[in-house]
Structure formats: C-alpha cells, structure tokens
Design a protein around this ligand. Sequence first.
Ligand SMILES: NC(=O)c1ccc[n+]([C@@H]2O[C@H](COP(=O)([O-])OP(=O)(O)OC[C@H]3O[C@@H](n4cnc5c(N)ncnc54)[C@H](OP(=O)(O)O)[C@@H]3O)[C@@H](O)[C@H]2O)c1
Length: 298
Amino acid sequence: MVRTPEPVPDQHGRRFVVTGANGGLGAIVTRTLADRGATVVMACRDPESGRAVADRITGDVTVAALDLADLAAVRRFAQQCGEFDVLVNNAGLMNVPFARTVDGFEMQFGVNHLGHFALTGLLLDKVRDRIVSLSSISHGWTKSLPLDDLRFERRRYHRSTAYAESKLSTLIFGRELQRRLRETGSTLRSYAVHPGVAPTGLVARTQTPLDYVAEPFIRLVGQSRTAAAQSTLYAATAPAADPDIYWGPTRLFNTRGPVGACPSSALSRDRTLWQQLWTASEQATGVRYPTAAVTHGD
Ligand SMILES: NC(=O)c1ccc[n+]([C@@H]2O[C@H](COP(=O)([O-])OP(=O)(O)OC[C@H]3O[C@@H](n4cnc5c(N)ncnc54)[C@H](OP(=O)(O)O)[C@@H]3O)[C@@H](O)[C@H]2O)c1
C-alpha cells in the first residue's frame, strides 16, 4: 500500500505533544501541525533552543522542558502536562559516544526507548487519540535485543548496535502498545513509523570527524526533511491510518519516497520479544501501564 502525499487535514481544536521539537524532524512536524491550526507543546531538552524555533513559527506553540535521559524529569513533565490528542515520540540520539542516562542506562536505549516508554505510560490517561513513535530502518541492523544487560555492564559498546537496539525497541513498543490498547478495548491507537533518511543533526553527534561530512553526504543521497516528516504527520493526523502498518517511505530500500507500508525485521515481529521488552521496560523505568482500557470521546 503506497499513499500519494496528501495535505495534513485541518487540526484546529487538536493538541499535540512533540518530543525533540527544537530541531530536525520534530521542528518540521511542529511547524506543519501549527500551520494546520493545531496547538503544539514542544517538549525539549533545551527549552531555550526550543523557544528560538517557536519564535519562528506562526501558530499556537509552547515550549516545555523534557529531558528523556532523566526519569525524574520525565515524571515532572508528565505531571504538569494537561490533556491532549496526540503524543509524537520523536526525540532521538544516534551513534553517540558511550554515556549513561541519569538513571544509569546506556544513553541511546535510555533516551530513545526507555524515556519514551516512561513518558507514554505516565501520559496514557491524558492522551485522547493516538501515540506515534519514530523507529528507523536501522532497527533491522541488530540480531538480538540483550534485555538482560540494558546498562551495558557485561558487553562491549558498539554505537551503531546500541542505536539499532534502541530503534528495534521503539518499533516493538509501538506495536505492543497497539496490541495492548486493542486487547483492553481502548479507543487509543499506537503507531510505529520511520522517516527514511534525511539530513538532520542526528548524524552529527558522534564527536568524530564524521560529524563534519555526514550531513552534507546525506543531503546528497537522502530525502528532504520535509519529505521525511510525512510518515509521522500521516500517522499523527490521518483519521483512517491503520495502526497495524509500519508507515515510512517506500522507495530505494525505504530510504525515501511516498509514505506507505514498510517491511520490518523478523525480530521486530517476535511477539515473545514484545512481551519481554515490555516487562523489562516496566522494571527499568518503574512505570506501570494501566491494565484497564483507556477510552476517550463518546
Ligand atoms: N534523520 C534521519 O535520517 C532519521 C532516520 C531514522 C530515524 N530518525 C529518527 O527521527 C527522530 C528525529 O531525529 P532527527 O533526524 O530530527 O534528529 P535531530 O535533528 O538530531 O533531532 C533529535 C531531537 O531529539 C532531541 N533529544 C536528544 N536527546 C534528548 C533528550 N535526552 N531529551 C529530550 N530530547 C532529546 C534533540 O534535542 P537537542 O537538540 O537538545 O539535543 C533534538 O531535538 C529520531 O527519533 C531519530 O532516531 C531519523
């Protein structure tokens, strides 16, 4: 199934929370939603840079502090957040040097997966419509998900493997959340999407000389940021978007092109792993998801 690009429907009266909205794809998603009339809360690690972006957007946008590498900060954000329609779990880090979150987890897994897992669980009874989580083609670049060593205490750190594990987890999380929502009769929907490949700051955080050449190179081979934001925008706003589809670009090995159904790795379809990741994530974050249905609207 391939969708021809269509404009984002009118979003007046709808409220969004977008993580990592101060740059890259998050800023494009925020601007597009605000252009279409949405109210957007830009959840940013660095509120000052968020405000600099917000100042250039015409529309109803506010900035709030959210550091996904700190579970106490995630709780603070969730406590002060009011009800809203759509959560976009967009923030992310890739191939960074080894570091730990405040709570001691490897940084990429901690921010990309655990931070968003905790955030979503803490906000679940405040979301009225749907949750969109950003994965990546690179979810398929790992052959395992070592859930017994989330803190990297017994294995060597490989940046790209850690990123792949975090994005495999994001994809599995989006699917398992959808499965649980359906099972409990919830009216909420959970989507996993990916943007293909686009030049953003994501590729310039390795603290190696690669940081100087990666973005210009991807500018040549990838798609534009605006094109890369389309799968997120589609899943976040299209009334009929199917939550069982992994939405992303459909051309050139899913790196670019119109949004449609994308393939995912065998590991990402392993339902035993879905359960195991869920249990490990609840234990790691201390966030328990509600077991009863979360329903909104009529
Ligand atoms: N660009 C691509 O080709 C591509 C491909 C596949 C998947 N993705 C995914 O798309 C999403 C957006 O990435 P992007 O390309 O737009 O990258 P980006 O330009 O680097 O933006 C990433 C955003 O995440 C934020 N962030 C990082 N650590 C955070 C933390 N601890 N707490 C809160 N926010 C934090 C960053 O904030 P700061 O500016 O404060 O660091 C920034 O706003 C990511 O999930 C990424 O994995 C991108």
